[in-house]
Design a protein. Sequence first.
Length: 752
Amino acid sequence: MSKYANVIVDISHEKVDRPFGYRVPDALQDVLQPGMRVQIPFGTGNTLRTGYVTELTDESDYPPEKMKYIHSLTVTGGTQDGVQDPREKMIALAAWMKQQYGSTMIQALKTVLPARTKAAAKEKKEIRLLVDKEQAQVLLSEYERKHQKAKARLLTELIQSPVLPRELVTQKLAIPAATLKGLQENGIIAQDSKTVLRNPVKLGDYTAPPKLLSKKQQEIVTRILQNEDSGVTTPALIHGITGSGKTEVYLALIEGILKRGKQAIVLIPEIALTYQTLMRFYGRFGDRVSVINSTLSPGEKQDQCERARRGEIDVIIGPRSALFTPFPRLGMILIDEEHENSYKSETMPRYHARETALKLAELHGAQVVMGSATPSLESYARARQGEFLLFTLKERLTGGQLPKVYVEDLRRELKEGNRSIFSRRLQEKMEQRLKDGEQTMLFLNRRGYAGFVSCRACGYVCKCPHCDVSLSEHKNGTLVCHYCGYTIPAVKLCPSCGSRYILGFKAGTEAIEEQLKRLYPQAKVLRMDADTTRTKESYEKILSAFANKEADILVGTQMIVKGHDFPDVTLVGVLAADLSLSVNDYRAGERTFQLLTQAAGRAGRGTKPGEVVLQTYQPEHYSVQYAKKADYEGFFEEELLYRQLLSYPPASHLLAVLLSAPIEAQAQLAAAQAAEWAKTVIDKNSWADAVLIGPAPAAVGKINDIYRYGVYIKHKDYQKLVKIKDHIEKQRTLQKDAKGMCQFDFDPVNTW
Ligand code: ADP
Ligand code: ZN
Ligand code: ZN
């Protein structure tokens, strides 16, 4: 029961407009919900217009006696151009996101509703000649006589081809709009517009018939579709190693959903959205499928939403933001590689696509199906508690065996005289592959680490004293911090153990490529990193070149999780398997395990057995050990214990309150206040089991002269953290001169 409602009046406008406050009439007190469509008096004439309730509140800055009442509720499920309006649910979702993650309502709305841009459904305008050719000839000679050059130019063209794109007419022929208008008024030409909704994928006659499912695959499909038919919406998690047939299961599920007249959203991390993966979906469902990715223009994205709303497509594939495709009859949301960090948004609202998908599915009565070879601790824990159905696929369907994994201790290599970045075992195995004409993939994990400097004897990493990030080696012989610019001359001896072998990984992959060329001049090497993959195409090009065996060795920083099969890759080397462990971050172990497991998953996909060499300074670390044994459960148990011990997710929830300001004292003060407000809520409610940490400088304490401070609060109950967030948010709005910026990050995936 709330006194006031904020209502967005017309969301089809160019921008999502600001909400207006209305009073809630008694009759609607118990029924009104965010997202509902209402009729409201608007403007001076009080004409009734349709609006959407974005928020219910008991407070208003506006004098209540001056506020208008909501007129009535539009029947929910009402139709608009014949289809149910899914925007109601989107607004309800935005309201939930605002509450759950902390942001303004407008930020949340902008996230879920596609911004209306000028480039909206691309309007293709045409100029048509209305008179016949003879008349046109007469007019043309008259224009020429009168020296009306523009008109003459246009007529000459139209006589040749009576329909011309307007763009060509206004730009190439330089005909002024006024001239066109005049000709139109005289009945000589017509200006028509056609709305063309674009499908970004060009379809050929490609088809991909369904595979006969294995017994295990069929069990999963049958169970989930049975749930669908009996209205059970328990989410499902498929834990299946790479190549175990998860995608084939998704395809069968979507087929079942489409047969039931419903629609599906498929989330796939952008990096795995390869041509091959897309074609499996297109081959199966043809032009009922569309795709959203970051290379689409805003206009094209909006087209996809429009086509979805009109029911012209039934399946959308894309990264995080594809979740907000407004399907009126959403039946299933599939999340592939559900553990991927890219599902978490790093801008406000900092939502997690998995949690948001669960909420959206609840609003639609739809099911969520997640899949991964290395499920996130969060999801696996929920599956074990029975909150999610858990399915396991343990075998590769293409017959390949799991690869044999060797762990090589880099400290020992050096002690025994090997100064190369390749261990002796890796060298020996690479040479064998070159002899046998088989392929090798080498990974240098973690993007940010190109150029970092470490000690080959003890593993020490040179870090910036101000930023807690590693320093990068520059060509001019200095070490530089990429966040704050701190610079020191290159070190000659390890500050930790005194060894002379403290060396840079230079330009990372580039240096590795160089070394390979020196070691094996006859080998063909391809490199894949941020430099060589600036565009999506170049990324695909490198992968296809490698798949076509145009190279013997692929060196990369990016992990290709799926979408490309390399049957001739029989060796995978991970060059420094523990770099991510040196980062102060509670998810580092999980990340390392995922990375190593996925790297291993690339080897031996064909008929030939694969081998993996993990080079590491910490061979005894449990992430490395469990990855070696391909033992996910073992890793899960140990990692969960660690999280329980330190009250980290999923054992507890974590709210990071992030404060930033250009003056350090301001950021510090803002953080101190936030901590104080958090403490007030905790004390007032006697939440003895809440843990408050900080204020403290953030992991990266300053970026671009903006100081960053954090306050961290842990509690088992997420909603208690939401209460703390609400209080801090409110106190900051009450404060007239609140300094700096305040952001909230629930269960962060990246250290701030
Ligand atoms: P994942 O998504 O788990 O990596 P995929 O669905 O891509 O697995 O399957 C891996 C490979 O096995 C693909 O080449 C796929 O075509 C094939 N495959 C999947 N299911 C079957 C099946 N039931 N019968 C034969 N081949 C299959
Ligand atoms: Zn720095
Ligand atoms: Zn050292």
